[in-house]
Design a protein around this ligand. Structure first.
Ligand code: IMP
Length: 199
């Protein structure tokens, strides 16, 4: 029987993306739902790496198998790196993605184009039940657009402008974005590390 690797998320979009990106690994990919139990893990870390490790370790310990988790968000230079690890909760839990985009644009109102640099960052952690941890980071650089444009993607995609495409990430197809994204870069790093050990 092949060893199991638990994709420690209940987000179906992420599960589909990881299943595709990690398909060459010699493991049986499984999910909390398939294993019959979902954990509520509090993201108490102050970095993406902290939170990815907290989630992966909690799942690995509880399920007794290798577990993979990610944490990601947007860092805006003019805001000293905010919202960062708080990207999903920026402005409070009650806000929608649109509300968070509005709030960010409002905070950036007085910031000129050349000072609107931002980065999407993702860290993926794999944890083993014996405490071993592997992490990799992926970064995509861009600019906070002046207005929201495009309706593909989610979160801050409508205001994440890429000069090389003259488009926001919400105007790219998911295939295009997957080739560039912070999450796919971090996943590639993890894939390479796992393949060199188990491939
Ligand atoms: P988490 O990694 O699921 O904890 O959430 C990260 C949050 O960062 C999301 O809710 C989005 O607001 C934001 N984020 C992360 N990656 C992306 C992306 O690729 N596009 C748009 N927003 C993103």
């Amino acid at each position: 029987m092949r060893q199991k690797l638990l994709i420690a998320t209940t987000n179906n979009g992420k599960i589909a993306e990881f299943r595709f990106l990690l398909r060459s690994l010699p493991f049986e990919l499984t999910t909390p739902t398939e294993e019959g139990k979902v954990l509520q893990v509090e993201e108490t870390g102050v970095t993406f790496k902290d939170n990815a490790v907290i989630k992966a370790s909690a799942y690995a310990a509880e399920f007794g198998m290798m577990a993979l988790a990610d944490d990601s968000g947007i860092e805006v230079e003019a805001l000293g790196g905010r919202p960062g690890v708080y990207s999903a909760r920026y402005g409070g839990e009650h806000l929608t993605d649109e509300g968070r985009v509005e709030l960010l644009l409002h905070e950036m109102k007085a910031v000129p184009w050349e000072k609107r640099a931002a980065a999407f960052k993702a860290v993926i952690a794999v944890a083993w039940p014996d405490g071993r941890i592997l992490t990799r980071e992926g970064i995509m650089n861009g600019t906070v657009n002046l207005t929201p444009v495009g309706d593909n993607g989610f979160g801050y995609d409508p205001i994440f402008y890429l000069a090389e495409y003259n488009a926001t990430t919400a105007q790219l197809t998911s295939k295009q974005k997957n080739l560039l994204s912070h999450r796919s870069k971090a996943t590639e790093g993890i894939l390479k590390a796992l393949l060199s050990e188990f491939g």
